[in-house]
Design a protein around this ligand. Structure first.
Ligand code: XUL
Ligand code: CO
Length: 436
């Protein structure tokens, strides 16, 4: 039993007028929105790494947090960390959690020892999950922290690192499968380059494509029913990451014939780093049929870093969940808080309050998005804007037998003079604000 969060009561819904910093004001798990409860729509997950592994260091300074399980370099401390983690999951009443291998077990001296330790921790989790703990939204392998990965994971110039990665991912997929994880995530933090001067792009992309294909093959071999998710990010820690954004990853999947096998885990902060908005990335994934899950956080819009802050903008959350709902909602995916405290927020209570605030913002966004869709307030004008395409003559221009010169001849014969129509952007923005 952990005593780290002692005296912090389980968080409950108290309604919008509550002033209790440790109660939900908007997240009411059982409230119905359409045919699902709020909990079923949002499918919240707490991540292991930012909450229980990160010590508060930044590029200029070291540890600020003091947690009883630090440095978690023994199995006893790893179990103490797990006790605290599951205690926090219980207080927040989240249905899911996520972890990397590296988050939950100290690395062994050999690959075999590392896998053995991971399996021991999976046993420990299994018992806690069976005793009413959360389910596993996704598992993943940390193939970016250790110096062996400094020149890449599957894209490494050294074939031994490629093989090491195969063993690592296999063991993490096995554990994810055993714990009934609903997805398996690959974030290629080191799958990119620092300088083109020492990089063979052709080889690295080929290695990455082959590796991902083998991951998909292994998923089918072991009968893992969850989704394989790629998490795009344009840079940081590398100067350039190959999984730059959703559109880039889609091109990569097409090249290797994996577009029906792999979906996207889209993170707000990564979208901003790529020069997009979160809703752009979500809309692109929906359009391409590869939407999977989200990592919820926000970036500081000035720093240019991946600051992984807890979300706090109701309007941004509303536009994000609008896209999630338009994509048909989460299937295997969910809302994972890939978010961390600021390094001065030292207390156990800060961890709880941060998640409660984030969950409330997501709940507000979901409610607004649901109302916007029910009212048809945005979709009706969008449909009207394209209504000209509904007639047969317009559709014929897109048919496989249509030709450029045929359409040109028709346009000239009809002496066309198209008249511009207002895009009415401000009116649409005002509509959104009615619901937020
Ligand atoms: C890094 C990031 C990762 C992935 C999992 O920016 O988002 O934590 O979510 O490896
Ligand atoms: Co993430």
């Amino acid at each position: 039993m952990s005593t780290y969060f002692q005296n912090i009561p389980a968080a409950t819904y108290e309604g919008p007028d509550s002033t209790n910093p440790l109660a939900f004001r908007h997240y009411n798990p059982d409230m119905m929105l359409g045919d699902k409860t709020m909990a079923e729509h949002l499918r919240f997950a707490v991540c292991y790494w930012h909450n229980f592994v990160w010590e508060g260091n930044d590029p200029f300074g070291g540890q600020t947090f003091e947690r009883p399980w630090f440095p978690a370099d023994t199995m006893d401390l790893a179990r103490a960390k797990a006790d605290a983690a599951f205690e926090m999951f219980r207080i927040l009443n989240v249905p899911y959690f996520c972890f990397h291998d590296h988050d939950v077990r100290p690395e062994g001296d050999t690959l075999a020892e590392s896998h053995k330790r991971l399996n021991e921790m999976a046993d420990y989790f299994e018992a806690k999950m069976a005793a009413g703990g959360p389910k596993l939204l996704w598992g993943t392998a940390n193939m970016f922290s250790n110096r062996r990965y400094m020149s890449g994971a599957s894209t490494n110039p050294d074939p031994d690192v490629f093989a090491y990665c195969a063993s690592t991912v296999k063991s993490c997929m096995d554990v994810t499968h055993r714990l009934n994880g609903e997805n398996y995530v690959l974030w290629g933090g080191r799958e990119g380059y620092e300088t083109l001067l020492n990089t063979d792009l052709s080889r690295e992309l080929e290695q990455m494509g082959r590796f991902l294909s083998m991951v998909v093959e292994y998923k089918h071999k072991i009968g893992f029913k969850g989704a394989i998710l790629i998490e795009p990010k344009p840079q940081e820690p590398t100067k350039h990451q190959y999984d730059f954004d959703v559109a880039t990853v889609y091109g990569f999947l097409k090249r290797f014939g994996l577009e029906d096998e792999v979906q996207m885990n889209i993170e707000q902060g990564h979208a901003i780093l790529a020069g997009h908005s979160f809703e752009h990335e979500l809309a692109m994934a929906r359009t391409l049929g590869i939407f999977g899950s989200i990592d919820m956080n926000r970036n500081d819009y000035q720093s240019g870093w991946d600051t992984d802050q807890f979300p706090n903008s109701p309007s941004e959350a509303a536009l994000a969940y609008y896209e999630v709902l338009m994509a048909g909602g989460f299937k295997t995916g969910g809302t994972n808080f890939d978010a961390k405290l600021r390094r001065q927020s030292l207390d156990a209570e800060d961890l709880i309050a941060a998640h409660i605030g984030g969950m409330d913002i997501c709940a507000r966004g979901l409610i607004s998005a649901h109302k916007m869709i029910e009212s048809d307030a945005l979709e009706a004008p969008r449909r009207a804007r394209y209504a000209g395409w509904n007639n047969a003559a317009a559709q014929a221009m897109l048919a496989p037998d249509a030709t450029l010169d045929g359409i040109a001849a028709d346009a000239e014969a009809r002496n066309l003079t198209p008249q511009p129509v207002s895009g009415a952007q401000e009116k649409l923005e005002n509509i959104v604000n009615r619901f937020v």
